[in-house]
Design a protein. Structure first.
Length: 420
């Protein structure tokens, strides 16, 4: 009998602990996205300054005692040069957060920022840690894409063994198999531009953007600058294929070897219907309710579920769909239970494939545009999308949202949030 009472008491305590260990989002801030070129406004700003700017803003906004934060997790896809040497811990120190706060940089390719938030949620839900700051950073004007020379793109033995393609060719392969025409992709791209510009003009992004200033306090950039509001179908139609030359280098042949039912790869993606190269950083506060209350913070949303998968590495960019499906299964939800959706617009075909897979109406899918219009700061995008999704859920007074991204080598990451 005594043993039964002890077991019963232990079970009750564990149940109480489980309830205390739900993971909540308390806030999410980001920088504006700057054009990822030497002519972009943020080229003069190093990655450590971008990330430390949002970290300082979070601390000051909430009068945050940073000694109470357990860890910092930040995505960075090209962690070399300005972004090398554990940019997470470097930025936390540079932002004058307490020395007790740890820091780790992670790389899950394009899904790194969202994965950082998901890892923070898992640590909180385990009960082993209480409060974490997560997010990501990428300065693509200063540290170009693939500057770290990884084997997936620079070792022929690895590439041919895996059947690994440049992502643009993979996107064209998706469009070919799905039957998306060039017109389909351009029309989606135009919609992204129109929606993002409308959202910017109406202040939908303002509450979460932290302007970037120089040391003298002079404004460098206060809103996303990659948008091209004068885009039209006519201008999009004039753009040449961005990846046909890569296909002719032998990558089309690799794709057809893996997918022999495809007669030829149609190269429909251009600079106009693919994501833009930009600079940016973001930070998200994730913790349990008790610690939030102790810090004087009110939760905005609960992280209901996550999904992490990997799929076939040649076509590669379809991972967002099974990741979202996994997150829905884990939450015991269906697509009909989700009020608002975000899928990263790495390429138009990726987003269209995702939209078709779940039968999503335009009115609830990427409603404020996406990376085609706003740009894709690789290590930060996922966490940025999460913040954008939450802001829009609050603006529309909706309850549930799902964000998903594809990532290199076939991976996909998704997160479901619920307002509280």
């Amino acid at each position: 009998m005594a043993v039964c009472l002890v077991l019963k008491k232990t079970t009750v305590n564990l149940q109480k602990k489980s309830k205390m260990s739900e993971a909540y989002i308390f806030d999410a801030l980001r920088t504006p996205r700057g054009k990822g070129k030497k002519t972009g406004s943020l080229h003069e700003v190093r990655a450590i300054a971008l990330l430390s700017t949002v970290l300082k803003a979070l601390r000051e906004k909430h009068h945050l005692d940073t000694s109470e934060i357990d860890d910092g997790i930040f995505g960075c896809v090209t962690p070399t040069d300005d972004q090398g040497g554990n940019i997470a811990k470097s930025a936390l120190l540079f932002a004058d957060w307490h020395e007790r706060v740890g820091g780790v940089q992670i790389n899950r390719f394009c899904a790194s920022g969202l994965d950082a938030v998901n890892l923070a949620a898992m640590k909180v839900r385990s009960g082993l840690e209480d409060f974490i700051v997560a997010g990501g950073v990428e300065s693509m004007s200063r540290v170009p894409l693939n500057e770290d020379d990884g084997p997936l793109l620079f070792d022929p033995n690895v590439m041919t063994h895996i059947g690994y393609l440049p992502q643009g060719v993979s996107a064209d392969l998706i469009a070919t198999i799905a039957g998306f025409s060039r017109a389909d992709l351009d029309e989606f791209a135009l919609k992204s531009q129109q929606r993002a510009f409308f959202a910017q003009e109406n202040g939908y992004f303002d509450k979460s953007i932290v302007p970037i200033r120089d040391r003298s306090g002079l404004m460098i950039l206060e809103k996303d600058e990659y948008l091209r509001p004068n885009t039209s179908l006519e201008t999009l139609t004039l753009l040449k294929s961005s990846f046909q030359h890569m296909g002719l280098m032998g990558f089309d042949a690799m794709a057809l070897q893996k997918y022999p039912s495809v007669e030829r790869v149609e190269h429909h993606h251009t600079a106009g219907n693919s994501s833009g190269i930009v600079d940016g950083a973001t930070a998200v506060l994730v913790g349990n309710r008790a610690k939030g209350r102790e810090l004087g913070l009110k939760p905005r949303a609960k992280i209901r579920s996550i999904g992490t998968v990997s799929t076939e590495p040649t076509i590669m960019l379809r991972g967002a769909v099974p990741a979202a499906q996994k997150a829905l299964r884990k939450a015991k939800m269906t697509a009909a239970d989700i009020d608002l959706w975000e899928c990263n617009e790495a390429f138009a075909a990726v987003a269209l494939h995702f939209q078709r897979a779940f039968g999503l109406d335009d009115s609830i899918f990427n409603v404020n545009g996406g990376a085609i219009a706003l740009g894709h700061p690789l290590g930060a995008t996922g966490a940025m999308l999460l913040g954008t999704l939450l802001d829009e859920m609050e603006r529309r007074d909706l309850n549930t949202g799902l964000v998903a991204l594809c990532a290199g080598a076939g991976m996909g990451v998704a997160t479901i949030i619920e307002r509280v």
